[in-house]
Design a binder for this molecule. Structure first.
Ligand code: AMP
Length: 579
């Protein structure tokens, strides 16, 4: 029997689940759906975005409302317009076979009369942001006195954003007998008191660990001189040619400035901050969602509610003032079963902040070095080579081949490859030619991840994200094949179609012999010692290029059950800890 049917979902919903390709219910779905369906109860669920919580409350709500009655029976409050639209969209997908159900989104920045008109036509479920909901109530454009189920989604976030009064005012228009389902990533005092004030003996469910960051996120920091932050940012991007990231800055001014500089330097970047009009923000978000923008430079406030699942890296251009904002930022990656990396650029004096964050997120940071020119160029070259290998041949080229052959006559294969690669690569080379080679500033950033010994060897392996690996999966794979401990494999960096990892020199023979003639699923897996051993301070002369994202490498499976387990997003709690 379908696993969702076992939770009690009716056939209309199970069909929609099948269309969506969900295979296994996530933890929060397993815990919440049967309870909410079986009884009329209040519920407090500690679950972060990316855990599948929208479906956890959405399915029971859809199944419970009476579609023959046009009154508003379900109300969902969410902190941002983005999230509000996303929830609406999800609920519409879940209810595609439920005839007569209308889900209406109510949010700021769009016509209130149009929203009122949609409600008037009969909206059994309203998904709203608190500010606009309060407005529309005050204008008598909606009647929520018939609400039976009310969801407070991302309650901690709504309170962080100062919506306490709006929420209590909205709830005062709903009947006392309704049932409230509160979802929150963290349980600060304020959320607990909302639960106490507005809920009747709620069922409590917890998914994952309270207040902790996602264990699908690898945390790294880079110590640089204050004036090298921007150069360091570029190098981090250059080492990750397929990066799809949010870069956090502290001020709107910095956000705008960094985005502009990146664009000038040929990166696909965009800015997101409060000084932009709603229209500009929508455009940036659209470009980001479709991955036309690879680096979204954002302020903390503007980035709230960004719900994009495929973000590979979060880069903290500057650390936030409050420690818990860090969890919130880094939770933008490592979502929906995928893994991600959170990279912090700091100056030497800020290293103590790293230790403070480690205590809060209960995870260790990896002290990393900003790669030098040679390392970056090695990665770029591999990337370029695999891009050429994976490029689909354009049939229109055929007609021009004789002419092209004439021009290239007399050049042998090796020479031709060198020239071909140089076309793009030489542009890249110029930037690094004049750049200072080592951007790393003193501190203790050298050894932690080298297991302290400094005799590490760096390896290249010809599998990457395209083959379904992330750093965690690859580490586990290597550990298993080699019979080594988890700590013996470190600095795992997964690129699109290849990866790097480090191990101690004593393991070199084992590693190379294991992977000579090694086949997996009919394909040779090849490991070589990489030319660069990380941390070596030799230099190379390489540089700049215009970058274009090479399409969407979305390899992850639509399942919470397999490779990636459900993830968690850290959230900011009200008891703000400052550095
Ligand atoms: P949420 O935590 O509600 O923001 O959900 C995160 C993402 O996971 C959304 O894109 C959902 O469509 C997707 N999702 C929700 N439930 C499942 C499931 N059981 N299996 C696979 N994907 C899911």
């Amino acid at each position: 029997m379908n696993k969702f049917k076992q939770l009690g979902l009716n056939d209309f919903l199970v069909r929609a689940v099948e269309d969506l390709g969900f295979e296994t219910p996530s933890e929060v779905q397993q815990k919440a759906i049967p309870e909410l369906l079986a009884q009329d109860t209040d519920m407090v669920a500690l679950a972060q975005t990316g855990t599948g919580k929208t479906a956890a409350f959405g399915f029971p709500m859809i199944q419970k409302v009476d579609v023959n009655n046009r009154d508003t029976q379900g109300l969902i409050l969410s902190p941002t317009r983005e999230l509000c639209l996303q929830i609406t969209n999800e609920l519409q997908l879940y209810s595609k076979y439920v005839k007569g159900l209308n889900v209406v989104a109510v949010y700021g920045g769009a016509s209130i009369t149009e929203q009122a008109r949609q409600i008037k036509r009969g909206a059994q479920i309203i998904v709203a942001t608190p500010g606009r909901m309060k407005d529309i109530i005050n204008r008598n454009m909606v009647d929520i006195s018939t609400v039976e189920y009310c969801v407070l989604d991302e309650a901690d976030e709504m309170l962080n954003m100062g919506f306490y009064e709006d929420i209590t005012s909205i709830l005062s228009h709903t009947p006392h007998e309704k049932h409230t389902w509160l979802f929150s990533a963290t349980m600060p005092k304020e959320v607990a008191s909302i639960a106490k004030e507005f809920m009747k003996t709620p069922l409590e469910i917890t998914v994952g660990v309270k207040n902790s960051g996602s264990d699908k996120v690898q945390h790294e920091y880079y110590v640089v001189g204050g004036r090298d932050r921007y150069a360091a940012l570029k190098r981090l991007a250059d080492t990750n040619p397929d990066i799809f990231s949010v870069v956090f800055c502290r001020t709107k001014r910095d956000t705008q400035k960094i985005a502009e500089k990146l664009i000038e330097d040929g990166y696909n970047a965009g800015a997101l901050h409060g000084d932009l009009s709603q229209n500009q923000r929508d455009m940036v978000m659209k470009a980001f969602r479709t991955q036309q923008i690879q680096m979204l430079v954002a302020t903390d406030v503007a980035a709230r509610g960004i719900d994009v699942d495929d973000i590979t890296h979060v880069i903290h251009y500057q650390l936030p003032d409050e420690i818990e904002t860090y969890t919130h930022r880094s939770g933008r990656t490592g979502r929906a079963g995928k893994s991600g990396t959170s990279m912090v650029i700091i100056t030497k004096s800020e290293t103590r902040k790293i230790h403070a964050i480690e205590r809060i997120i209960n995870q260790k940071f990896d002290a990393r070095k900003i790669p030098n020119a040679e390392e970056i160029c090695e990665i770029q070259l591999y990337h370029l080579a695999s891009k050429i290998k994976n490029t689909k041949v354009n049939d229109e080229v055929e007609a021009f081949l004789p002419a092209v052959n004439d021009v290239l006559e007399g050049i042998d294969r090796e020479e031709l490859i060198k020239k071909l690669v140089s076309v793009e690569f030489s542009r890249f080379a110029n930037y690094y030619k004049n750049a200072s080679d080592d951007l790393n500033a003193g501190g203790d950033s050298s050894s932690r991840s080298d297991n302290g010994s400094g005799s590490a060897v760096r390896y290249f392996i010809n599998v990457g994200a395209r083959d379904g690996y992330d750093w965690k999966v690859l580490k586990d794979f290597l550990k298993e094949q080699l019979g080594l401990d988890r700590d013996d494999i470190f600095k795992v960096e997964v690129k699109d179609s290849f990866s790097f990892f480090n191990s101690e020199a004593v393991h070199t023979d084992l590693i190379l012999s294991t992977f000579s003639e090694f086949k997996l699923d009919g394909r040779f897996i090849n490991v070589e010692v990489s030319k660069n051993t990380r941390g070596k301070s030799d230099r190379g002369d390489f540089g700049n290029r215009k970058r274009k994202r090479s399409g969407n490498d979305n390899w992850s499976k639509k399942s919470f059950g397999s490779k990636g387990n459900q993830n968690k997003k850290g959230k900011k709690s009200k008891g703000k800890k400052r550095f």
